[in-house]
Design a protein around this ligand. Structure first.
Ligand SMILES: C[S@@+](CC[C@H](N)C(=O)[O-])C[C@H]1O[C@@H](n2cnc3c(N)ncnc32)[C@H](O)[C@@H]1O
Length: 240
């Protein structure tokens, strides 16, 4: 993987810092097939001071939401300068995160102790493989390690028809090398040559999660995106 490309991408990004709409829905909405997090009925009560990790937080946009909801939030990114940029981005939005709460890591090793978090959010990040022989099973195991029993893993991953896979080259079963075409080039072609785990079905995803998680609820999102299809699985699972 190229850390440098992501550093350049975030360096040039004029960020809106707007949390993802579907993450708001997952955390606050009531849906028939969804676990409600709001046992007390009030998010002000439910999330207050609860430890939550935003794994691969990007520019920090979703931390704005975690702050609003009262979480005791932590974050990671792949490089120190991206973490510093996140601190700056947040500061401009009157949100603060101390240096020891935002740490550098890749998906393979999360730098927090066992059973530390009650929530872990991975928004479009867990499928970035460090290299083609790495294993998504190990990434899920690592997520589970830092969660306490029954804690929630909230995650978004691209699904079969997502634009990011178009033009990709199959390396092995469920592992692809991303080769963006005209419709999927963005961010100075930051995804070029990235190695992704390819989630080809809900059942494939569920099977991967079952070892470490229970109560797995998978929703599916599709938008034709004016010709650039966005197709995602958004799921919630609890640590066994
Ligand atoms: C599509 S962005 C999502 C960022 C953020 N979660 C959001 O929703 O805006 C993917 C992120 O994954 C990070 N990333 C890339 N390769 C990674 C790896 N091997 N392990 C962990 N994170 C990685 C990138 O730095 C980038 O910020």
């Amino acid at each position: 993987m190229s850390v440098k490309k992501w550093v350049n991408y975030y360096d040039k990004l004029d960020s809106l810092m707007s949390p993802n709409e579907y993450l708001i829905k997952v955390l606050l909405g009531n849906y028939p097939k969804k676990t409600s997090f709001l046992n007390s009925g009030s998010w002000r009560e439910e999330f207050k001071n609860i430890k939550c990790l935003d794994l691969s937080c990007g520019d920090g946009r979703n931390i704005i939401l975690l702050d609003k909801l009262g979480f005791d939030y932590y974050a990671t990114e792949v490089n120190k300068s991206i973490c510093e940029k996140v601190i700056k981005n947040l500061k401009k939005n009157n949100v603060s995160i101390s240096k020891d709460k935002i740490r550098v890591c890749l998906n393979s090793k999360i730098p927090f102790k066992d059973h530390f978090f009650k929530y872990l959010i991975s928004w479009n990040g867990i499928y970035y493989m460090n290299h083609e022989n790495d294993s998504i099973e190990n990434y899920f195991k690592e997520v589970s390690r830092v969660l306490e029993k029954n804690a929630h893993f909230i995650c978004s991953v691209p699904a079969r028809k997502c634009y990011s896979y178009s033009g990709s080259i199959k390396i092995s079963k469920n592992i692809v090398k991303i080769k963006p075409n005209l419709n999927s080039k963005w961010g100075n072609n930051v995804l070029d040559n990235s190695i992704f785990y390819y989630f080809n079905s809900k059942s494939n995803l569920k099977k991967l999660l079952t070892k470490n998680f229970y109560n797995i609820q998978i929703s599916e999102l599709f938008w034709d995106g004016f010709g650039v299809p966005l197709h995602y699985y958004i799921f919630i699972a609890q640590k066994r």
